[in-house]
Structure formats: C-alpha cells, structure tokens
Design a protein around this ligand. Structure first.
Ligand code: SF4
Ligand code: SF4
Length: 407
C-alpha cells in the first residue's frame, strides 16, 4: 500500500461545501446539523476535519509540555493554530492553567483543547472523574473538546469497565465532546481495538519519518522507503472507519531539535520537512509540535499547506539513513519477547525523555510508575529483547542504563 500523496488544490476545489460551509470562526465547531467540510484553507493556515467529528483542526497543532510564553502562545493562535494538546499532569497542571488563561483571552471558540487522564491499577471511576474535573477547573471550561486516555498501551484499557463508567458519567455531565486516546507503544493492538470497539473518535499516535517498514536496514534495498510506514495500515484502518488521527512525536521519540541543525542546507529545514512528511499523509488530521520561539513558529507553521520538495526528501533520506538504527518505534516486540515481563518499551521511552528532552523529572515519574516486577530490576539479562527488535536497538543495555539513571 502506498501513501496517498495529496493534490491539495484539487482536493480543496472539490470538497463538498468547502469554505462557504463555515459560518463563523475557524475554530472547528459548526452549527447543529451542518456538515463540516473535510478541509479548509484560510489566512495562511490549512485545516482538516478530525475523522467523523465536526472538529476542523489546524494541520499544525501545539503540544504543551512545555508551552511557549504567553505572548508567543497568543501569536501562534493568531496565526491560525486552533488545537492544543495537553494533559492533567503537564507542568504539574500549569499547562492547563495557562491554556485556560489563553482561552479567556482569545475566546473559547477559537481553540479546541484535548486533555488526558491516566489509568492506574488503583484507579476507580470516581478517581478518573476527579482527574477530569480537575482538568475542567484548570482549563476553566465547561466542556473539553477531546478527552483522551493517556498512553494507552493495551487493548484492555480501552474497554476497562472503570474507564467506560467514568466516560459515561462525564458525558452525561457534558464534560467532554469526543473520546480518544494517546498511544506510545503497542500501536497494533491498541489502535485496532480503538477502531473495532467503536467507542473512540480519534487516536493520537507517534508518527514520523522514522516509521519505515520493518527495519531501517532495508534502507539500502528499499527504493522509496520514505513512502512506507510501519503503522500505515493502522492509519488506513482508522481513517477508513472515521476515527481521526493526530500525529505526535513528529520529530521522533527523544529527538532533539538542535540535532537537526547540521542538516539545514539552503532553504531546507529538516524539522519543517519532517512535519511536511507527516502531513503529506492525508489520513493524518494534524501534527503536534512544540514551539518555543518565533523562529520555530515560522518554521513549523510553514509546513502547513505545503508540499514536500525534492531537496527536502533527499535531506530526510540522509537523516534517516544516518540516525535510524537506534530509534525505538514503540512496536513492543521486545516487551512481548521478554520472559521476565520487563516493560522495556516504557523504560526506553522514559530514558529518551531524560536524554533527549532533558525532562528528567518526567522520566523518573514515568519510571517510578512501573512496578518492581516490570522495571529494570526484574531483568534477567537473557537478551531475548534484543533479538526481537527489528531495528537493532540495544534494548538490554538501555534498560540497565535506565535503571541506573532513573531508579
Ligand atoms: S534481557 Fe532483560 S529485558 Fe531483555 S528480554 Fe531478557 S529479561 Fe527481558
Ligand atoms: S526497542 Fe525495538 S522492539 Fe522494542 S519497542 Fe523499540 S523498536 Fe520495538
């Protein structure tokens, strides 16, 4: 299956209803009974509809861990970004508070907000609801646009009775509009379940140029590996069933933006090229990125509505070829292969937060949330995880390293 490169202009010309269907702002919600267009371009920003919802979201959306300063945040929204991804625990709740102040400033209808709750073994429907009520208070809104399970890594959590009861009660309260989930690992199981159970309107998954098929070793023999993604079948499945797709980790898990500077040549910004690569897939509604200064804002917003140029594609090929072999795709094969039940995927992700983003506190919290039976202390040093990894990641030594640094 190939990606579906879009002819944006043709698509926009033929979209039913198109821009005229929008009667007010570009923030996404339409009037009752009014069908949302699939796409819209206005004032330099491109918008896509999120699956079967009526939300029209900017192709570039803003991550909030960390958030930019208030002036830059306002500038980003003024440039047409209308979707912010957050969570109850980002910046200890301060991300939601700052987004709440932004909404007061620009108006509630200008920005769609997605936030998340965690599900731990000790949680009950009441504790999940309490977490969401906290988000509502901090955001200072009556209704959350998209309410996600944070970091769903098993199919079971999607149909967990505690989660479904909380969702039902919160729906009756009017606390949210659409259900979703973010998924960092085990995408195959989680996304398939999200689509098949029919309970979720969107999925937020890591998706970036490193998602080549099966193995970066194929780079030498696979002629157009940028056109193939390890999760493309899942995106197609979701898209075909009306489940919206938001792409996160668009740089890569643990990727550092500054590492891309050496690939900047002439007019080519590699990070912008990576965003264009993600958005070239029409099954993706929006790409989440972190913007912390004006230069990044220009660079990232420049990816909206733009095609990937030949020079950018060449730069991406070089970058992936030079950096692909140690990148963890979160496929969870190592975890499934581990006879000791070590949560290898979660451990590697925590280590990446520490090493690449410098988010050591978040990395330690994440590591601490693992039980002693699944953290690095449970490792028996058998090496089965490394044999299972199709990308050649040195899983065993990375798990040990995480144990040393984060325990
Ligand atoms: S080396 Fe450790 S983490 Fe890897 S499979 Fe063996 S027990 Fe599991
Ligand atoms: S280390 Fe390899 S096998 Fe394990 S989740 Fe990452 S890519 Fe998959």
């Amino acid at each position: 299956m190939s990606r579906k490169p879009q002819d944006r202009r043709t698509f926009i010309k033929t979209m039913a209803g198109g821009a005229v269907a929008l009667r007010s702002s570009l923030s996404g919600l339409l009037g009752a009974g009014q069908a949302a267009p699939t796409r819209l371009e206005k004032d330099g920003m491109s918008y896509r509809r999120l699956g079967r919802t009526d939300l029209l979201l900017s192709e570039i959306s803003l991550g909030s861990s960390p958030l930019p300063d208030p002036d830059l945040l306002r500038a980003i929204v003024d440039r047409g970004v209308n979707y912010i991804d957050t969570s109850h625990n980002y910046e200890n709740g301060n991300a939601e508070r700052r987004i709440g102040r932004l909404l007061q400033d620009v108006g509630r209808d200008k920005v769609r907000v997605a936030t998340k709750f965690h599900v731990a073994p000790r949680d009950t429907p009441a504790s999940i609801m309490a977490s969401v009520h906290g988000s509502l208070r901090r955001l200072d809104v009556e209704t959350i646009d998209v309410l996600m399970i944070h970091g769903a890594e098993t199919a079971g959590v999607l149909v967990d009775e505690r989660v479904l009861e909380a969702y039902e009660k919160l729906k009756r309260e009017g606390a949210y509009r659409f259900r979703g989930l973010s998924c960092h690992a085990n995408h195959d199981e989680v996304v398939r379940k999200a689509v098949d159970c029919g309970l979720y309107d969107m999925v937020q998954v890591g998706y970036n140029v490193f998602d080549i098929q099966e193995s970066t070793r194929e780079v030498e023999t696979y002629p157009d590996y940028l056109g193939a993604s390890g999760i493309r079948d899942l995106l197609e499945l979701a898209h075909s069933r009306g489940v919206g797709v938001i792409a996160m980790k668009t740089l890569k898990v643990g990727g550092r933006r500054q590492d891309l500077e050496k690939y900047r040549t002439g007019a080519v910004s590699l990070y912008q090229a990576m965003l264009k690569w993600v958005l070239d897939d029409e099954r993706v509604t929006s790409a989440v990125t972190e913007i912390l200064n004006r230069r990044q804002m220009e660079e990232d917003l420049g990816a909206a509505g733009a095609k990937l140029a030949a020079a950018e594609r060449t730069a991406l090929v070089r970058y992936v070829g030079e950096n692909g072999t140690d990148y963890c795709h979160g496929c969870a094969r190592c975890r499934r292969a581990c006879p000791a039940g070590v949560a290898t995927t979660a451990i590697l992700r925590a280590l990446a937060y520490h090493e690449s983003y410098g988010k050591t506190g978040r990395a330690r919290d994440s590591y601490a949330s693992l039980g002693s039976g699944e953290n690095a202390s449970a490792c028996r040093d058998c090496g089965a995880c490394e044999k299972a990894c199709p990308y050649g990641v040195a899983v065993r030594s990375r798990v040990r390293e995480a144990g040393r640094i984060l325990a």
